[in-house]
Design a protein around this ligand. Structure first.
Ligand SMILES: O=P(O)(O)OC[C@H]1O[C@H](O[C@H]2O[C@H](CO)[C@@H](O)[C@H](O)[C@H]2O)[C@H](O)[C@@H](O)[C@@H]1O
Length: 384
């Protein structure tokens, strides 16, 4: 794809910032220099974007706000009068009904292992909301030591890959286990096993931890300058919205609104929409209280799973059982690929009913850990 002919690169374009801000009713006292530095012409006190009724039309009419509201649902506790008072239950009736369609992978463990007998199991694990609980500050989404130990023992028995929306280096740092494959930026930055014959031209053979040979695959490499530009614009244009946080995920950008007052979510969305109007090669997807800006290339977590299976020499193997565990909308692409190509199945981590391409469910990261531990025990016993 020739990006240059269709898009004029601009570094933190002042016009875009000014246009976005004025559309949102940001005071005219705020302007931005071409380098992205903000200048307060009349003092910084007016720097918070204000809403103007009737202006934020796009995000209200295109369903974006609805998607933002419905992202990251949590289970509501239900109360029941049991005679001596009120008892609270962690699961509600709707969740139990939903589990008829998406049975618990723990409750179905025997069924799963019966099916897995004699098969080569490969594990794909999402990070946020799967291995670590969702927390308000993305920089503090740490994994517990017991989860780390569990993932480490998983890797002794099964090829295991972490596939995250975060930048690869960051998720590697969070997980801190070396004997795994890592795919960051929603699968657009993969460190995988060395491949014998490679159809992908942008693969680079390199050495990694312990001097092992690996393959680095970055299918969106040419988008890097564009992503950097948009990152600067997003940081600049959202900086006055209390609670908004822009995260650099290398080949994508996350715009978090979890800590923004709900009445200002439309402003966050409109800023992202307005900026993306100038970038037809970038698109927007929704995550858990986060808007994800990413290249339009035909690549996602599902493609990353296929790529890794190919790299492991297992894509044509009928005895493979790939298990993908994830909680997010972006994990659905991987669930779908596994079902469509009959390579395995997805397990959705959710404490609330949700539509999904997964087959099984788990409630939260603690259940994920229990499931992984059970797999390790089952495998170690079967080897004796
Ligand atoms: O593919 P994942 O590993 O699930 O990454 C998806 C995004 O996860 C992170 O954001 C989410 O988790 C945060 C920490 O719990 C939470 O504060 C945020 O609201 C969630 O959206 C991460 O920060 C993003 O960069 C990832 O894209």
């Amino acid at each position: 794809m020739d990006l240059k002919t269709n898009h004029t690169h601009r570094l933190a374009d002042a016009a875009t910032i000014t246009r976005t801000r004025s559309r949102l009713g940001t005071p005219s006292s705020l302007s931005c220099s071409p380098t992205g530095a903000t200048t307060f012409l009349h003092g910084p006190s007016l720097a918070i974007p204000r809403k103007k009724t009737g202006i934020l039309d796009d995000v209200r009419s295109n369903g974006c706000l609805d998607a933002m509201r419905s992202s990251s649902p949590t289970n509501k506790k239900i109360s029941m009068d049991i005679g001596h008072g009120v008892a609270f239950f962690d699961v509600d009736a709707a969740y139990l009904t939903w589990q008829l369609e998406f049975p618990s992978a723990l409750a179905s463990f025997e069924q799963i292992t019966n099916f897995a007998k004699g098969k080569k199991i490969v594990l794909f694990l999402d990070y946020d909301g799967t291995l670590s609980p969702i927390v308000d500050n993305p920089d503090h989404a740490f994994m517990s030591e017991s989860m780390r130990a569990t993932v480490k023992s998983m890797a002794k028995y099964f090829p295991t890959a972490i596939i995250s929306g975060r930048c690869r280096e960051k998720v590697h740092e969070f997980v801190g286990v070396t004997d795994l494959y890592y795919a960051g930026s929603h699968g657009m930055d993969i460190i995988g096993p060395p491949r014998q014959s490679d159809k992908h031209p942008t693969c680079i053979r390199s050495t990694y931890n312990k001097g092992n040979e690996v393959n680095l695959y970055q299918p969106a490499a040419e988008f890097l300058p564009m992503i950097d530009e948009v990152l600067s614009l997003l940081i600049e244009c959202t900086k006055d919205i209390k609670g908004a946080k822009v995260e650099n995920n290398k080949f994508c950008v996350s715009v978090h609104y979890r800590n923004v007052d709900e009445e200002n979510w439309d402003m966050v969305a409109q800023i992202v929409y307005d900026i993306l109007k100038d970038y037809p090669h970038l698109r927007l997807t929704h995550g858990r209280k986060v808007l994800e800006v990413r290249p339009v290339i035909d690549w996602d977590k599902g493609k990353a799973v296929t790529y890794l299976l190919e790299s492991l020499g297992l894509n044509e193997d009928n005895d493979v059982l790939a298990i993908y565990i994830g909680d997010d909308q972006t994990d659905e692409d991987a669930f779908k690929v596994l079902s469509e190509f009959n390579k395995g199945f997805g397990i959705l981590v959710s404490s609330a009913p949700k539509e999904s391409n997964a087959i099984y469910s788990l409630c939260d990261p603690s259940e994920v850990m229990e499931f992984l531990k059970s797999l390790v025990v089952w495998k170690s016993i079967s080897l004796v």
